[in-house]
Design a protein around this ligand. Structure first.
Ligand code: NAP
Length: 479
């Protein structure tokens, strides 16, 4: 696998070393050992990538939508053919269990298929002005050169969720992947080139100097769009930088998902849903259930059943077929999870399974369920990003809604109830961009994914995802 993946920068359709000649290491989270060394892009390389994307822009924008669609469709087919290798690569550099990595490849490839289908829906509109005097013609045009910045937790899917709609719309892109997981992005670049993406339309720029290279691109007036997925903290910095050149932005930021279980819910279904919402990707998902609010009368039963399921999970290296929970991505992530759990325990919570970091190599943390978590606990305010489920009880629907909304985040929420009208009423009252009713998984390439409040701006996937890469141009017409 190591030798099969290119490790240089991908600029203008060519694999090139960093202008500084420097490289950085990619680690295996299961051991902490180095698995590859990747070219470390500089600000000079970033501007070279903008040159390439800007040069390729006009021809790609004029390429017939059907042709752009077929390139994306081919990329979907190549990803599907190579799903097993891609999953191993994701698992190797990210640490996630193969079962999660395989799920990610399917999900990621689907964005290429979905946006291949959307690429040919080149809609606009025509209307008559209210005065009746003239016509209002609206056409849609590609935004232009886009900078795409992605996190390490879904190294394939977060890239395809941006590249798919950008290419469908006729934009050219520079992808800056997370430094922990650049190999998957480089493998995707090779697939896109093989699928027929012309030189310069997609450029991939791994870099350890993310702040500098992204800033250099955002200050280049040829860059017209930033699509960022990552933490709210970095999102704020990039929004401020984008403001300087008034760059169009889409922001997919952090989450703090509440998972509500009402006493009238099917508890078996709620526990199944909780396992998916919490443990998909080992808890390293922006959509991960971060706070469990359970109605008092069923709280003991739910907690016990969830703890049984969590303690039965097989923890091990992600690349081992038997593993259900791999290591977390890096030392900082596992240290943060450990410190959030310790502070909750110090404040009186009880770990009914898990709760302490094991010794030995690798960035492992055990599946953990905490009960008796205090309402002011940091673990309820911050993204845990690990396999830990804190449980808090409630006694009324109003209290559950208030607890769910007591956060600056608003990405996704989950509601389990046997009463569908309650499910829909609570969904409307919760401040989130997405709600799962009796479902522990909401992600679907055909649906608009995104958050409100400090979880972001804009949507990815669905038809909305394409619109993020298009500008509406109004042409006033008389005839
Ligand atoms: P992160 O630290 O914010 O990093 C995200 C990306 O931004 C990485 O490529 C990173 O590069 C880059 N970056 C870091 N500092 C930067 C700066 N000053 N200027 C420009 N770029 C910078 O997030 P992460 O730890 O990779 O990912 C986890 C976060 O992503 C969580 O908060 C999670 O909720 C969020 N997320 C959100 C969604 C969503 O759809 N809403 C989906 C997935 C993940 P380096 O790797 O080199 O630091």
């Amino acid at each position: 696998m190591r030798s099969a993946v290119e490790t240089e920068l991908f600029i203008g359709g060519k694999w090139v070393p960093a202008s500084s000649g420097s490289r950085f290491d990619v680690l295996d989270p299961a051991t902490g050992d180095t698995i590859a060394s990747v070219a470390d892009g500089t600000e000079t390389d970033a501007i070279a990538a903008v040159d390439a994307a800007a040069a390729a822009g006009p021809a790609w924008a004029k390429t017939p939508p059907r042709v752009r669609a077929e390139v994306l469709r081919k990329a979907f087919e190549l990803m599907t053919e190579r799903a097993a290798d891609l999953a191993k690569l994701i698992s190797l550099e990210n640490g996630k269990a193969l079962v999660d990595a395989k799920g990610e490849v399917t999900y990621a490839a689907e964005f290429f298929r979905w946006f291949a289908e959307e690429a040919v829906r080149g809609e606009g509109s025509i209307a008559t002005a209210p005065s009746g005097a003239n016509k209002l013609l609206v056409v849609r045009q590609p935004v232009g050169v886009c900078v795409l910045v992605t996190p390490w937790n879904f190294p394939a899917a977060m890239a395809t969720r941006k590249i798919g709609p950008a290419l469908a719309a006729g934009c050219t892109v520079i992808l800056k992947p997370a430094s922990d997981t650049p190999l998957t992005a480089l493998a995707m670049a090779a697939i896109l080139a093989e699928a027929g993406v012309p030189e310069g339309v997609v450029n991939v720029l791994p870099s350890r100097s993310s702040g500098k290279v992204v800033s250099a691109m955002l200050h280049d007036p040829r860059v017209r769009k930033l699509s960022f997925t990552g933490s709210t903290e970095v999102g704020r910095i990039l929004l401020a930088q984008a403001a300087e050149n008034v760059v169009n932005t889409s922001m997919e930021l952090g989450g703090n998902a509440p998972f509500l279980v009402f006493a009238d819910a099917d508890l078996d279904a709620a526990v199944d849903g909780a396992m998916i919402a919490k443990m998909r990707n080992g808890g390293e998902a922006c959509t991960a259930a971060n706070r469990f609010f359970v109605e008092t009368t069923v709280a003991d039963d739910f907690s016990r059943r969830l703890a049984q399921r969590m303690s039965a999970l097989v923890v091990g290296p992600g690349t081992d077929e038997k593993t259900q929970v791999g290591p977390l991505v890096n030392e900082d992530t596992v240290a943060k999870v450990d410190s959030l759990v310790r502070s909750a325990l110090d404040a009186g919570a009880e770990a009914i399974t898990g709760g302490s970091r094991p010794g030995g190599p690798g960035f492992y943390y055990p599946p953990t369920v905490l009960t008796g978590v205090g309402p002011d606990s940091a673990i309820l305010r911050e993204e845990i990003f690990g396999p830990v489920a804190p449980i808090v009880t409630f006694t009324s629907e109003d209290e559950a809604i208030a607890l769910a909304n007591d956060t600056e985040y608003g990405l996704v929420a989950y509601v389990y109830t046997g009463d569908l009208s309650r499910g829909l009423r609570v969904s409307e009252a919760i401040e989130a961009g997405m709600v799962g009713v009796n479902r522990g998984l909401v992600s679907d390439p055909a649906a608009p994914f995104g958050g409100v409040k400090q979880s972001g701006i804009g949507r990815e996937g669905g038809h909305e995802g394409l619109l993020e890469y298009l500008e509406s141009k109004y042409i006033a017409v008389s005839w």
